[in-house]
Write a protein that binds this ligand. Structure first.
Ligand code: ADP
Length: 597
């Protein structure tokens, strides 16, 4: 483990690298800059090295030509000035001139041979060489060139054998000498270039070191410069994230007068405008809620009086002529309805104001269901429906607000009786490790996909002209959903046209603990099935939850949830997506996109 990295896990390196590459602009920029600069430095290094090497070789070549020309001219002058004629004197002269040339060179590598094709002359010296074993460096080509042009100088790059057995770079320069009476002689002088090679190596080393230092410096500078640019971008990203999370006070710091300052100013301007709008909307929403609440409260007193008066008239209806008696009955029914509507409105506005507090007490859901069934039985009998209670589980006490749960039951059961078309109604109570649940299954009208999507909407009714026995306000399920959500529970529905509906309330066994799954399947076991044995129907997940499939595969959409307009606004400006998704506008529809199974 070094630098916090387990280097043995090398298989993960490519992934880590790809991750850092994707996520860090700084890393990307620095790496790209270093790579491109590295390539540029490499090309420049090669170029400089090539130019310097070439220059060094050329200057050494020029020098070698120059030295060789001088030595040859001096030697020729000496030879021309000599009057030696006998073989011995010529031999001595040749050796003396050869020695002078050898002494004038730093390498001491000199060779001279009689140019072939001049006829045999026993008196002419054959030749002499100090190249020793390295005589081969004077190639046939060079010799041919020198032999063919008496007044020219030729040079060739060669590898000169050095004293330690290795070779040194060198040049051999060849020209011709004219020996009196003995004829023409080839002259070859070797020049050592190893000092030039050393210089070139030194230059290359220097270039390498300078290149590496340059790369490091450029990496460092790029890192700092990118940091300078990335930091404000990061600040901008974090600020907008916090703004999106609902921190409306957050603003970007403005430093300097550069482009980032302009960005910060516009961003802050936008945040100001957003904050103003949201505050306005929130105020407006609060005003609306207060208005609804105030109106409901104000209507309460006159309505109570009207109700009392209405009751008196209703009680005496038998004494009235038939037409007046009918009016008294109508008045009574409408006042009742008005009363219910007002109560529902008050309850909804309490939820909107966030002033609802649960009164939890240990409650047995089975007993609660029994009571609700008994209460509703007269209505069921009137509608011709038989209500059956099946409770395989749930015979224990769970902390809940019995008044609110009873209200949910009465509402769902009332709806089942209302829309059950006189067919049987089955109320089921069951429990599992994390939840207790109750479902109300009817075999009545059922609902279409579009109707299911709206079932929890405020004031929504599938068919307002339907015959009503208990007179719905269209707020019943909206309030029930709020009640379920307040308990951290679920209220879901499955429905299919002419196959009936199944409303399911699931509550946590322990308040506040998450529900893993509902003990009751949402799509009932007797639901019609498709070719793949999946239940046909439409489901709406009322309050937000993810799991709980219970093996059913009916088409499903996310409900409007428990929230009110206020909550949705709040959720939105707090950036609370969960709330927005799960419990959006109480008046809004359930999510689109329900797919027919
Ligand atoms: P209401 O006071 O009108 O009953 P709810 O919010 O309780 O208001 O119900 C809204 C609408 O949902 C009802 O008007 C009805 O159209 C539909 N609905 C509710 N329950 C059922 C059901 N079991 N079967 C068919 N439709 C139903």
């Amino acid at each position: 483990m070094l630098f916090g990295v387990d280097w043995r896990r090398w298989r993960e390196w490519p992934d880590r690298f790809a991750h850092v590459w994707r996520t860090s602009l700084q890393f990307r920029t620095v790496l790209l800059t270093v790579a491109l600069t590295g390539a540029a430095v490499l090309v420049a290094g090669f170029l400089v090295s090539f130019i310097v090497g070439n220059g060094l070789y050329q200057s050494r070549l020029d020098q070698a030509y120059h030295d060789s020309a001088r030595a040859t001219t001096d030697a020729q002058k000496k030879l021309d000035a000599s009057d030696a004629t006998d073989p011995e004197a010529i031999d001595n002269l040749f050796l003396q001139v050869f020695g002078d040339i050898k002494n004038s060179t730093t390498t001491g590598l000199v060779a001279s041979f009689r140019v072939p094709g001049q006829g045999i002359d026993a008196a002419a010296p054959v030749g002499v060489s100090t190249f020793g074993s390295g005589r081969d460096v004077i190639t046939k080509d060079l010799r041919k060139a020198v032999q063919s042009a008496p007044h020219s100088v030729f040079a060739q790059s060669v590898a000169l054998p050095s004293s330690d057995g290795s070779t040194d770079p060198g040049i051999v320069v060849g020209s011709q000498l004219q020996l009196p009476t003995a004829g023409r002689y080839e002259l070859y002088i070797g020049y050592d270039l190893s000092d030039s090679e050393q210089t070139l190596l030194f230059v290359q080393h220097t270039l390498l070191i300078v290149g590496l230092v340059l790369l490091l410096l450029i990496a460092g500078i790029t890192y700092l410069v990118v940091r300078l640019i990335v930091t404000p971008i990061r600040v901008a990203a974090q600020t907008s994230q916090r703004l999106a999370d609902g921190d409306l006070e957050v603003r970007m710091p403005i430093a300097n007068e550069d482009a980032f300052a302009t960005l910060a100013r516009s961003f802050n301007g936008m945040a100001d405008a957003l904050q103003r709008q949201i505050t306005q909307l929130a105020t407006l929403s609060q005003l609306q809620q207060r208005f609804v609440s105030d109106v409901s409260h104000e209507l309460r007193t006159p309505l109570t009086t009207i109700r009392l008066a209405g009751d008196v008239i209703y009680d005496q209806r038998e004494d009235f002529p038939p037409a007046t008696a009918r009016t008294a009955e109508l008045l009574h029914a409408q006042v009742e309805r008005f009363d219910r509507l007002l109560s529902d409105l008050l309850e909804i506005s309490r939820y909107d104001a966030g002033s609802v507090v649960l009164e939890l007490e240990p409650t047995n859901l089975v007993r609660l269901a029994e009571d609700a069934v008994d209460d509703m039985r007269p209505l069921a009998v009137t509608n011709g429906s038989e209500v059956r209670l099946e409770a395989p589980g749930g015979y224990f006490e769970v902390e809940m607000d019995p008044r609110r749960v009873r209200r949910v039951l009465r509402n769902v059961l009332g709806n089942a009786i209302e829309h059950g078309e006189g067919k049987a109604i089955v109320v089921t109570v069951d429990s599992n490790q994390s939840a207790v649940a109750l479902s109300v299954r009817d075999y009545g009208l059922g609902m279409t996909e579009r109707e299911v999507a709206h079932v929890f909407d405020r004031f929504w009714r599938a068919d307002p002209s339907r015959k009503r026995t208990i007179g719905g306000t269209g707020l019943g399920l909206a309030i029930s959903l709020e009640d379920a959500a307040k308990h951290d529970g679920w209220l879901d529905v499955w429905s299919s046209p002419h196959e009936g509906s199944n409303f399911r309330l699931t509550l946590p066994r322990v308040p506040g603990e998450p529900i893993a799954s509902s003990p009751i399947s949402l799509a009932p076991s007797d639901a019609p099935r498709d070719a793949d044995d999946r239940p046909i129907g439409h489901e709406l997940i009322g309050a937000q939850h993810d799991g709980d499939d219970n093996g059913n595969g009916a088409s499903r959409s996310r409900g409007n949830g428990r929230g009110s307009g206020r909550e949705r606004l709040g959720a939105w400006w707090r950036g609370d997506n969960r709330k927005q998704d799960g419990r959006g506008n109480g008046r809004g529809s359930g999510r689109e996109g329900t797919v027919k199974a």
